[in-house]
Design a protein. Structure first.
Length: 266
């Protein structure tokens, strides 16, 4: 069977990670390399100034490693030291607790950071995230080892879709620096349609509150999408699955022949 490397940013104990691992088994050999604790909103950060402990984890139904570092640390260490000479056919990062839609979220997410690190290594790369009911969002971020019974079928359906998507993706050639960003609505099933979308642009929003002592604390602010082309936020609002292709290989390429850096030939 093909080999899948699985990571996340919510920590190795997350039930969302377990659900994806279980959905992949039977289709893939699976290796998990995930942070030992939550590492959300950390982007593609790596641990530079302190050692990173790597420990085997026996709580998952596959080979698994708990790594005391960032999501990108996990992928880099797995690729460098844990894969036993066998390169993964695909990397999946997630399923994230909450969606990662919109450019600011994509650039800040540890889930996307791990997927990007996989893409840097030339792997077929998938980031998977799911919108959760607002009434459960805080609970799932403080106690993520289980999910409420009425939400588990939705999570299992998202995991099954991500596993099937990965199975199809391994049939195509690997593309370096390309990430497939999957965002699932909170209500998802086998018949939920999937749409190709663009990341929504967002109006800048304050993310910190300043106290009287001039100390700032993080304050989540989802932001306001700017209307435009069909976006990932549109799918989350309307209850469809968003599939965005993030091609980081195009960074710095001229968009047209008459870009400002190109000589103009009338």
């Amino acid at each position: 069977m093909p080999l899948a490397l699985l990571c996340n940013d919510d920590g190795i104990e997350s039930f969302f990670l377990r659900a994806l691992a279980e959905a992949l088994l039977g289709r893939f050999d699976v290796v998990v390399a995930a942070p030992s604790r939550e590492q959300s909103w950390i982007g593609r950060a790596m641990t530079r100034r302190s050692p990173v402990a790597v420990r085997r984890c026996v709580d998952l139904p596959c080979e698994a490693w708990s790594i005391d570092g960032t999501p990108c640390d996990c992928v880099n260490i797995a690729m460098s030291h844990l894969m036993k000479g066998r390169a993964p056919d695909v990397i999946l990062s997630g399923i994230n607790i909450g969606y990662n839609a919109g450019i600011p979220f994509i650039l800040s997410s540890g889930t996307l950071g791990a997927a990007i690190e996989g893409a840097v290594w030339g792997l077929r790369s998938i980031a998977a995230s799911q919108k959760v009911p607002p009434k459960y969002f805080k609970l799932l971020h403080t106690e993520n080892r289980t999910v409420p019974p009425d939400f588990e079928p939705e999570l299992r359906a998202a995991a099954a879709h991500a596993a099937a998507f990965a199975e199809r993706l391994v049939l195509s050639p690997a593309e370096s620096y390309v990430v497939h960003n999957l965002n699932y609505p909170e209500h998802v099933g086998p018949e939920t349609p999937t749409e190709e979308t663009l990341p929504s642009k967002m109006l800048p929003q304050p993310l910190f509150d300043m106290g009287a002592d001039s100390v700032c604390t993080f304050h989540f602010n989802e932001g306001v999408p700017i209307p435009g082309e069909r976006s990932d936020h549109d799918c989350m609002r309307e209850g469809t699955i968003s599939h965005g292709v993030l091609d980081f290989s195009r960074i710095g390429r001229p968009l047209c022949q008459n870009s400002p850096s190109q000589p103009h030939n009338p």
